[in-house]
Ligand binder design. Structure first.
Ligand code: NAI
Ligand code: BGC
Length: 266
């Protein structure tokens, strides 16, 4: 992809899953990669190891990696994440809002309020704080920048057993458009990616049960669960100069899950 070599990319929640896949892909494109992690340094080190072991997709990967612990829902941690990234690399060019948590509530109620608060704190407050820090940095330096939001098919698809989660992703969709509009004149592009079911730790519960896995695959027209690399390639494109005219959009990478697969039975 054009224009990623030498850029600095901050990826939240990059020690596992989709975030790890995105970290590896940006490193392959020659970017400096900031791997934010919440709890387990050894997982972040594994992301770093996978970056350094990956094949370059541009002439000579000279990018570096930086591990930064921090909880995206905490203002001081987000401030420190940006300060450490700027200290190490001089600037930040791309923010990937990827950190997120999901909890399912299978009883008749919506969810206990404590769970609602925590899901919103990570998925929405965290996303808000990181986006705000990125916009302040980009505008402060009068430079263009890119924000990518890892949303979900549930930005628009209802998710009855995961109402707080779906609500956080729906709000993310609105903020993708709103920030794109507010900051377009400053050269800042903001886009979202809405994955379907991807093979990551967030899904390890049902993926391990063959009937459950089959049930999910039955409503994916392409017939399989996606891979983190299939989200990472879209992220690399949207952050690159090849997407220079795209802002304010959420793109779905979901094997067709969001295109009404039940209509095939009509
Ligand atoms: P994951 O559970 O492997 O990744 C989530 C990451 O967020 C973890 O590394 C976790 O440590 C981190 N995290 C959690 N709380 C945090 C906090 N307070 N501060 C910083 N980091 C924190 O799962 P996955 O799938 O890689 O999830 C990444 C994103 O992709 C999430 O936003 C999720 O909602 C989204 N997504 C995932 C889909 C899937 O099927 N795997 C589908 C649609 C969206
Ligand atoms: C969730 C996954 C789920 C997928 C499709 C994502 O937002 O994080 O757990 O498999 O949506 O329903």
């Amino acid at each position: 992809m054009q224009g990623l070599k030498g850029k600095t990319v901050v990826i939240t929640g990059a020690s596992t899953g989709i975030g790890r896949g995105i970290a590896v892909r940006f490193w392959q494109e020659g970017a400096n990669v900031v791997i934010n992690y919440h709890r387990h340094p050894q997982e972040a080190e594994e992301t770093q190891r996978q970056c350094l072991a990956a094949k370059c997709l541009v002439h000579g990967c000279e990018g570096k990696t930086l591990l930064v612990q921090g909880d995206v829902s905490k203002e001081d941690d987000v401030k420190a994440l940006f300060e450490k990234s700027i200290d190490a690399f001089g600037t930040v060019d791309v923010l990937v809002n990827n950190a997120g948590i999901l909890k399912e509530f299978t009883d008749e109620m919506m969810s206990p309020v404590e769970d609602y608060d925590r899901i919103m704190a990570v998925n929405l407050r965290g996303f808000y704080l990181c986006s705000d820090a990125a916009v302040r940095h980009f505008t402060g330096q009068a430079k263009p920048g890119v924000i990518l939001n890892i949303s979900s098919v549930h930005e628009t698809m209802p998710y009855p057993n995961c109402i707080p989660y779906a609500l956080s992703k729906a709000a993310m969709g609105n903020l993708t458009k709103t920030l794109a509009l507010k900051y377009a004149s400053k050269g800042i592009r903001v886009n979202g990616i809405g994955p379907g079911a991807i093979d990551t730790p967030i899904n390890e519960g049902w993926m391990a049960i063959p009937e459950e896995r089959q049930k999910v695959e039955s409503y994916i027209p392409l017939g399989r669960i996606g891979k983190p690399e299939e989200i990472a390639s879209l992220a690399a494109f949207l952050a690159s100069d090849e997407a220079s005219y795209i802002t304010g959009q959420t793109y779905y990478a979901d094997g067709g899950m969001s295109v009404y697969p039940e209509m095939l039975k009509m």
